[in-house]
Design a protein around this ligand. Sequence first.
Ligand code: NAD
Ligand code: TDX
Length: 339
Amino acid sequence: MKILVTGGAGFIGSNFIYYMLKKHPAYKIVCLDKLTYAGNLENLKEAFENPNFSFEKGDIADAEKMDGLFGRERFDAVVNFAAESHVDRSISDPQVFLKTNILGTGVLMDACRKYSCRFHQVSTDEVYGDLPLDRKDLFFTENTPLKASSPYSASKASADLLVLAYHRTFGLEATISRCSNNYGPFQFPEKFIPLIISRAYEGKSVPVYGKGENVRDWLHVDDHCSAVDLILHKGKAGEVYNVGGHNERTNLEVVRTVLREMGKPEELISFVSDRPGHDLRYAINPSKIQNELGWNAVYDFDSGIKTTIEWYLNNMDWLKNITDGEYKNYYEKMYGGRG
Ligand code: NAD
Ligand code: TDX
């Protein structure tokens, strides 16, 4: 198979590329990425050593570029990770979320229609909105109505509707996965867990929104990658699959765990103004992917967070290259203006 992985220089996309190169050594993987602030070619350093991997800089919303790329490469499948992914940024500047997350998905699917390519959309549990804190018996299923809270999640929900419409109207062979919060290596340090690690390492305060009571359902990124791989190969076109590992934690529990593991004092916790529209609780019911495709999460949060903290502590140069902006120079260094 030849697979296009969009957004592969970001957190989950880069982990997915490593997962696929290892699991399917005969596959060809092309990464397409616009290299926004969140795209980091250093994430793919070892992938570049693999002859089955190649990189293309480009915007998924650029229809002409996508047509040229698809016409030339003749992909069997596309896995779309490319997105603006940070909720806080969508609150301060929503427009780019609409362009990339909605229009970009549409452009990719038009190319898939034209060149007969399988399409997988990486979506999020945030499209369902949130669950109350006092109803631990409630979980998101694939039939939970879409009720997005932020411009980010509304843009992802819009893209999901488009994907299902392209399947129904044009018969596009498309699937969707809706995953809970991921953690693991290569996550951009604007997101909660790497932000805690990076700030605590430097002895700086760790901002916790509101009272820290909000609940997220944490999934190790490798478990997400195995789910997407399974859906790509065995998923049924037109279907949505929820992905989560039943690892719910309040934000306060997460900060305390990380600080404890790092040997840092809880006095670093600083309660700050809440995020506008802050979703209270996410919790996934993953029965469908478990029963129909045989997927199961391997990591539990308590062990996964330890190896994740270790990874960041062993890769402080990677973090530093982001905080001092050096990572933005990699493309120029590697391609010297070509490409
Ligand atoms: P990320 O922000 O780390 O990476 C996004 C990547 O997409 C970056 O490399 C960026 O350069 C690229 N990109 C952005 N706009 C682009 C465009 N117009 N064209 C081409 N490339 C573009 O995000 P992530 O956390 O790895 O998330 C990946 C996907 O998974 C997203 O679709 C996100 O909505 C979804 N998701 C993430 C989580 C999570 O916890 N991180 C959970 C569920 C779903
Ligand atoms: O400084 C912070 N302090 C804080 O309390 C940050 C950055 C976050 N938080 C809280 C907000 C959330 O309740 O921590 C929780 C996690 O925040 P984020 O890491 O920003 O993730 P979240 O908003 O839950 O969304 C993530 O999971 C679903 C990803 O960023 C999305 O792309 C994905 O769809």
